[in-house]
Design a protein around this ligand. Structure first.
Ligand code: SF4
Length: 353
């Protein structure tokens, strides 16, 4: 397989591509709105890969889709998501649609649900290219598409095949090629290796690394697999119940996690040195009516009385390192009663959820 995609722009490390501030996304429901993303902030620079991790249902995919304007009808948004100077959240749908392709791209987790089974792969590509660049001739679109596919290991001889004629790994590479053929400057990759075997997963990770070397887009990599994050990402944002509870450089998060949820997630990862399986008791909360104070307090082994009563502040250490936990605050300023361990029976209630 060759290095993916011929570059057209050179990376300019450090250049800000996306700045997200206090982003909120909610879904209406009979019991009230479900706050799937609740006040999330982060930056993403050119050439940077930010891994977004957390358990299922913590809001990772909603965050990615909210940024690209791909939420289901009825979903509400608030806050700011400034992409190259333009707030995506206030942009009219038509203008946001125009940004997709060379500006914004998405790699979905299930290619079969995204590829039309009645359309040849060639038609998917020509349609995608012409939708964003109507002046491109069909011949040029075919040349670009086959070059991109070839760079991802799909030979031109397969260009006119239908999606069902490919293996799962090849379909995922086709999805990646479709997202990359217009060289978007910001890509959301949502669980791009889920449901693939480990060999194909390794192949996809090599492809993502190649994309990064070739034209250096900013990438938000959504995954529950911490091994993938360790291999692929510059920075990590850990999400729990709609909030980013910790973020920072990947090496620091892995070696010195500050938030108990990050620490417990890392402990739950299986490696060659694993001697006993570890899991986090309980389950993520109902986002219609989340727990008071720190949302992790019903499951947290370090929970104190104050954790159930008051929201912890977001404490920053430099622009890229932050944690939202009372333990990182100055505990000396709290009364002994507030610092006291949370009653065990309150924690066990969450276990039964
Ligand atoms: Fe645990 Fe309290 Fe920190 Fe929340 S604020 S993670 S409950 S110690």
């Amino acid at each position: 397989m060759t290095a993916p995609v011929v570059p057209t722009t050179r990376p300019m490390p450090g250049e800000m591509v996306l700045s997200v501030r206090d982003l909120r996304v909610w879904y209406p429901g009979p019991k009230g709105p479900s706050q799937a993303v609740d006040g999330v902030s982060f930056n993403l620079r050119r050439g940077e890969v930010l891994g977004l991790v957390g358990e299922s249902g913590c809001g990772k995919s909603t965050l990615g889709r909210g940024l690209l304007g791909l939420l289901p009808p009825g979903a509400g948004t608030d806050g700011q998501a400034v992409f190259e100077g333009t707030d995506l959240l206030t942009l009219p749908a038509r203008q946001r649609q125009a940004l997709r392709g060379s500006g914004l791209g998405m790699i979905f987790q299930e290619p079969m649900t995204r590829l039309d089974p009645l359309m040849r792969i060639s038609d998917h590509f020509v349609e995608a290219i012409k939708a964003h660049e109507p002046k491109v001739s069909t011949q040029d679109a075919v040349i670009r598409a086959t070059a991109t596919l070839r760079s991802l290991g799909i030979p031109p001889s397969r260009f006119r095949n239908y999606p069902h004629e490919f293996s799962g790994g090849m379909r995922q590479r086709i999805m990646i090629a479709l997202a990359l053929v217009l060289q978007p400057r910001f890509i959301v990759a949502d669980e791009p290796t889920t449901a693939l075997d480990v060999l194909v997963e390794a192949q996809i990770l090599r492809i993502l690394a190649g994309i990064r070397r070739s034209y250096a887009p900013a990438m938000l990599l959504i995954t529950h697999n911490l091994g993938i994050v360790a291999e692929t990402c510059d920075r990590v944002a850990v999400m729990y119940a709609g909030r980013i509870v910790e973020q920072g450089p990947a090496a620091e998060i892995f070696s010195r996690p500050r938030h108990p949820y990050t620490r417990e997630l890392l402990r739950s990862t299986i490696s060659l040195t694993t001697q006993a399986l570890h899991s986090i008791p309980g389950a993520p909360p109902d986002l219609v009516d989340p727990p008071s104070g720190c949302r992790f307090h019903p499951r947290c082994p370090d929970a104190m009385t104050i954790c159930a009563q008051q929201d912890p502040a977001v404490l920053t250490d430099g622009e890229d390192r932050s944690v939202e936990c009372w333990l990182s605050d100055d505990l000396e300023t709290l009364t002994p009663a507030l610092r006291a361990p949370l009653e065990q029976e309150q924690v066990s209630v969450a276990d039964e959820a």
